[in-house]
Design a protein around this ligand. Structure first.
Ligand code: DCP
Ligand code: CA
Length: 435
């Protein structure tokens, strides 16, 4: 998927990437040499800290919490939920998002700690510094997760697996926390490998592994598939990633719109998105809006209505300047002020409300834990093509797009003359937060 979907290279022109079977911790040198063999192809590591907040707290406690179930919460009051549970606490059934009252019932002898964001941000910066000792091409993906493009540097450390092993060892030695490294020929497979290798693992997924290791997994294990998409796929009889991989792209396009073909690519382990270092993040030039809700809410209808309103605003501003863009970024801030920012890059540039909404709601679907009240939403479109730059047309739905665009141009014109509220989406009419 894209984990940022940047389709710079054609699928047809793509040769086999990393060769070799999946490797686990302890793999010898020869498979690593094999992995390094795909000339000119990419080798990506996704490194993700294990039970991050809990691991940092355990490290700070200098061994006094070792062997105990540890849970970190927004606060230790009754209303709060668990943000991070160490792997011992998970044996009791506690997970991120478990209400604290339930967690106390499941694990009465557990250690409950209030989160300390400063410590986690400080550790996050140090993780990034350690990653940059292995390659300059590091993308900080979330507070405890980085992608490293080691294509050009892994030979300095003994190959991809040895690089990952050394990276994990450095993190443990310098920060005292366990991590899991996934290796793959792209971000999607590296990320999936890191999930499969948890905890404290080192796992590789190559293109050759896709049929045997990716396809049998439940479809909701595919990165980027959230609860709503998974439900829709279940209704269509799609149980595994392999089932999804076999559906023709045009069928998925009809059902899921612009993200349909991306879902299929992802199910086949295809992802061309680049590693974007801090300096290369596309936010620099973007059109965006954000909105703080009148009340924190878990109501899906309300959240989607706000999102649609935001996408509408962003689309209108883009059309005004004749901009089109390919990367949609969604910001979700929860009631506890924790903020999640995720981006998705679509194949053809967009500026229509519905296309922006499709991408933004697909991201929301993947990130929003429905139990967490939302405080603020933000949408921006970046990767902007300026007026006059050559534009690739969307492959599907030409006629629909033409008519839809014409309708929106008329709506924009009405708004120019009579004000922003003269025409709005039906689903926003009844919503107090329909901005
Ligand atoms: N986090 C949070 N609320 C959530 C999920 C996560 O505050 N609902 C915070 C706490 C986590 C950190 O983000 O420690 C990283 O999230 P991960 O999803 O990577 O989860 P963990 O690192 O805790 O566990 P894992 O070992 O599964 O990666
Ligand atoms: Ca983690």
């Amino acid at each position: 998927m894209t984990l940022g979907f940047d389709k710079r290279f054609s699928i047809a022109g793509r040769s086999r990437l990393l060769a070799g079977a999946a490797l686990c911790e302890g793999a010898g040198a020869s498979p690593d040499l094999e992995l390094a063999g795909g000339l000119g192809e990419r080798a990506i590591i996704c490194v993700d800290m294990d039970a991050f907040f809990a691991s940092v707290e355990q490290q700070c406690a200098s061994g006094s919490l070792d062997g105990k179930p540890v849970m970190v919460c927004g606060n230790t009051e009754r209303r709060s939920v668990v943000a991070a549970a160490n792997y011992i606490a998970r044996e009791y059934g506690v997970r991120a998002g478990t209400p604290i009252t339930t967690a106390r019932r499941l694990c009465p002898d557990g250690v409950f700690l209030e989160g300390d964001p400063e410590k986690y941000v400080f550790t996050c910066i140090r993780i990034n510094d350690i990653c940059r000792q292995f390659t300059p091409r590091v993308e900080s993906f979330s507070i405890d997760e980085c992608f490293l493009d080691i294509t050009g540097t892994h030979h300095l450390f003994g190959g991809p697996v040895e690089t990952a092993r050394k990276l994990k060892a450095h993190i443990r030695a310098q920060l005292g926390i366990a991590s899991t490294a996934g290796i793959g020929p792209n971000k999607l497979l590296a990320k999936t490998a890191s999930k499969l290798g948890k905890p404290d693992g080192l796992f590789t997924l190559t293109h050759d592994d896709v049929p045997a290791k990716l396809h049998p997994l439940p479809v909701d294990k595919l990165y980027g598939i959230g609860g709503q998409t998974a439900k829709k796929l279940a209704r269509l009889g799609v149980a595994t990633i392999g089932d999804l991989a076999r559906i023709p792209a045009h069928v998925l396009q009809r059902i899921f719109g612009i993200i349909g073909p991306m879902l299929r690519d992802a199910a086949n382990g295809i992802d061309h998105s680049p590693i974007l270092t801090d300096d290369e993040q596309p936010e620099a030039k973007s059109v965006g809006n954000s909105y703080t809700l009148a009340d924190d809410t878990r109501c899906v209808r309300k959240v989607l209505a706000v999102l649609l309103g935001l996408c509408s605003k962003v689309g209108r501003r883009m059309r005004k300047h004749d901009y089109v863009g390919r990367t949609v970024t969604l910001t979700v801030r929860y009631a506890n002020f924790q903020t999640c920012v995720r981006a998705r890059t679509v194949e053809a540039p967009i500026n229509l409300d519905r296309d922006i909404f499709e991408a933004a709601s697909a991201i929301l679907d993947g990130v929003w834990d429905r139990r967490r009240p939302v405080r603020l939403l933000g949408v921006s479109v970046s990767n902007i093509l300026q007026p006059g730059e050559p534009r690739q047309q969307a492959l599907f739905g030409h006629d629909y797009r033409r008519r839809y665009r014409q309708a929106l141009v008329s709506v924009d014109d009405l708004r120019d003359r009579y004000g922003e509220t003269v025409v709005t989406w039906a689903s926003l009419v009844r919503t107090p937060d329909g901005i």
